[in-house]
Design a binder for this molecule. Sequence first.
Ligand code: ADP
Length: 398
Amino acid sequence: MNILVINCGSSSLKFQLIDSDTENWIAKGLCERIGIDGSVISYTPAGGEKETKVTPMPDHTEAIRLVLEALTNPATGVVKNLDEIGAVGHRIVHGGEKFAASTLITDEVIEAIRECNDLAPLHNPANLIGIDACRKLMPNTPMVAVFDTAFHQTMPPKAFMYGLPYSYYEKYKIRRYGFHGTSHSYVSHRAAEVLGEKYEDLKIIVCHLGNGASVSAIKDGKCIDTSMGLTPLEGLIMGTRSGELDPAILEFISNKEHLNLSEVMNILNKKSGVYGLSGDLSSDFRDLEAAYNKGDEKAKLALETFCYRVAKFIGSYVAAMNGVDVICFTAGVGENAPLVRTWICNYLGYLGVKLDEEANKKRGEDIVITTPDSRTKVMVIPTNEELAIARETLALVK
Ligand code: ADP
């Protein structure tokens, strides 16, 4: 079956058409600047050339219409007509406490997702617009919602509660949810598969280090803790996000810089992280590494602070699980930055981690990067959120 995977943001839309038999993508692309002047669609069929077209996209329905037109285009398309698309999988950022698993999309499900909008005001409304646009254009195609938060719903209360008045949890559902769940699930399952071990028998820590970054702990086949919280701002230092900090800093910055709360939040989300630490040099680890290699002290500080925070989270999850069997690195930085992996692993001597320098230089494959006598295994597992969404979708529409 061909499954269309849609990841819809407020002004962009990523798509991939995946053949569920081979699990390969057969076409993929991106619509950008939806609802803004200069909208662009890029489209790449497998084995073909990437084409980019500037064309008006006043709304998401028009963006989806252009995606479907590209997929069915007689010259460069990959399917004859829309009947050849068996199902659509939608990435939904926040499923609150309502969704602990993926689900077939119905009117009731849409309403329940809408009720989570407060928890992710930037993301969920955009995700819903994507669903709405697809339903208009493909009214008879089954659709599935796959939630970023679902995998973490197995966390126990002691891991998801904040030290706040309990009434806020009752009234507003303020608690830790965690994100990147599709990636944490895919990578941890894949690690067990590659090692030939039973998933339920392993204690696994997954470090998803991309522009956004999070760590999760998986024991007895369940996620028991993760570093992101009510929103994706908590936890690790990220590309431009601060990660966790003393909450009193918000009032302090507000007073000193004469900023209101939403202006301070904007700084924590967009001007902080390794970008802010490096003196606004870059949020991209390639730039930071290049600057570090030329002796830039702030780039060094940004990289060191980032790695130290990851290592501390790993340590706390080793404590939470009373041990760890395998630590996995994934996402843009985790998959592509041997230096970052080395610096993090340098803190893990107490786990008997012995890095295999040669293996650590490889890229683009599922690989163990520790030596055979390393007491704890460290792996690189390239994440594939689209494939994970397609699998979830197939399982529900079969
Ligand atoms: P997201 O999906 O959160 O936007 P990704 O997982 O795609 O992020 O990661 C993007 C980041 O990966 C880039 O900002 C960059 O810092 C990092 N990255 C990509 N390639 C490399 C590389 N070769 N070396 C170091 N970092 C890299």
